[in-house]
Design a protein around this ligand. Structure first.
Ligand SMILES: NC(=O)c1ccc[n+]([C@@H]2O[C@H](COP(=O)([O-])OP(=O)(O)OC[C@H]3O[C@@H](n4cnc5c(N)ncnc54)[C@H](O)[C@@H]3O)[C@@H](O)[C@H]2O)c1
Ligand SMILES: [Zn+2]
Length: 377
């Protein structure tokens, strides 16, 4: 079976002091700036914004109006349109995209126009499809305001909308010009959303960063209290991992980027079968429990590591069991529609230890069913 073996953990180096992280993609490279309370004054002065001559088209979630107001004020002279778009998975559909195209036409955007997307992963994903396609492509700046968006969805250029048949089935790669993170915006995030984002943070620990995983275990209560310094450390660490992975395997063709799908094979199946009643991170948390079970069977993950992963997910307050109402048949059907299916076979990312995974692993349907049964216990 083809799989990608990661380099040993010590070959990773993180620069935790430098204020911005770079996604290295040649002429399409871009910085991820992480600050606190810096959004309005610093963003408008950032060279990428200050030097661009185009008009600005803002797409923002009304729930972040309070954080968006100073940004909009700072960019006011250059803004040619503001669209308020509700967050939540239901917004990620073609009709929303259509309304954005119409608003853009009314605002008379041209090819120099800059899209500024402010909100969670939903806003970022739709704004991304919009920016990639309107006038054959406009530059986009992401101002992510959820944990999910700050550590994951705003980085890497994946955009997408859902169909009734499945999640993220329509989309393109479109890298942003800048990602600007203000951890202060997380203060207003509802607890359930906050924890959902932490599922991806746990994922980063499992796939490539034992030190991050340990820090989560040790400082969990501080994190759950949203201690600013602790959050800044974690966000930076996750962004560094994602930037490194994306820089080396932008289009998920070399096997590396696939490591980010840990917990997502079963997770996406659960998310779709639950008809989006579970948040993305919640479904992923259950999916990671399933992947951990399979890892113990297939990639020799030690029982101590299995316990640590399970405990961290539970202590975070994330769901770790499958609702009895969700049938194996439905989850399997949704998994088979997912993009991670290759030549008819469902592919898994499994852990060998905390901080290391193998990708592209085929798992028999019998074992997948067994894992789903385990998740109901
Ligand atoms: N493109 C990618 O690479 C990628 C990666 C991971 C996830 N995603 C996608 O991201 C989406 C999930 O992202 P999400 O969890 O950010 O969802 P979301 O955008 O729906 O935000 C979650 C909720 O929080 C609200 N909100 C956002 N910021 C807030 C703030 N600062 N204060 C108060 N409320 C706030 C929103 O209105 C929404 O109700 C999914 O659709 C998933 O597929 C994409
Ligand atoms: Zn995810």
């Amino acid at each position: 079976l083809p799989f990608f073996q990661q380099p040993a953990k010590n070959s990773l180096s993180y620069d935790m002091n430098n204020s911005s992280i770079c996604v290295n993609l040649g002429s399409r490279s871009y910085p991820i700036v992480i600050g606190r309370n810096t959004l309005s004054h610093d963003l408008a002065r950032h060279p990428l914004i200050a030097k661009s001559k185009g008009r600005i088209f803002v797409i923002a979630d009304p729930k972040v109006r309070r954080h968006a107001a100073p940004v909009i004020r700072a960019l006011k002279k250059r803004t040619s349109g503001i669209v308020w778009l509700k967050g939540g998975e239901r917004s990620k559909q073609i009709s929303t995209l259509n309304s954005l195209y119409k608003a853009a036409a009314r605002a008379r955007l041209d090819r120099h126009s800059l899209v500024v997307a402010m909100g969670g992963g939903v806003i970022g994903d739709i704004a991304g499809v919009f920016a990639a396609t309107y006038l054959r492509g406009l530059s986009i700046v992401h101002l992510p305001t959820t944990v999910m968006a700050q550590v994951d969805s705003s980085i890497g250029g994946k955009t997408g909308i859902n169909l009734l048949e499945g999640k993220n089935l329509v989309g393109v790669f479109h890298q942003p010009a800048l990602v600007y993170i203000d951890a202060e915006t997380l203060k207003t995030l509802p607890d359930r959303e906050f924890k959902s984002g932490l599922a991806e943070v746990i994922k980063y620990g499992v796939i490539s960063d034992p030190e991050l995983f340990e820090r989560l275990e040790k400082n969990l209560s501080k994190i759950l209290f949203r201690d600013p310094a602790e959050l800044a450390w974690i966000i930076r660490r996750c962004c560094a991992i994602k930037a490194r992975v994306v820089s080396r395997d932008e289009h998920e063709t070399k096997g590396l980027r696939a490591i980010l799908n840990f917990g997502h094979t079963i997770g996406h199946g659960i998310e779709a079968a639950a008809r989006y009643h579970l948040l993305h991170g919640e479904a992923i948390a259950i999916g990671m429990m399933g992947a951990t079970y399979l890892s113990q069977k297939l990639t020799k993950l030690s029982s101590i590591s299995v316990q640590r992963i399970g405990r961290l997910i539970q202590n975070t307050g994330l769901p770790f069991q499958l609702d009895k109402k969700l049938s194996t048949r439905e989850i399997l059907a949704a998994m088979k529609l997912d993009k991670k299916v290759s030549q008819g076979e469902i592919r898994f990312v499994l852990a060998t230890r905390i901080g290391q995974v193998k990708t592209g692993l085929g798992v028999s349907e019998r074992l997948i069913r067994e894992a789903l049964d385990f998740l109901r216990k």
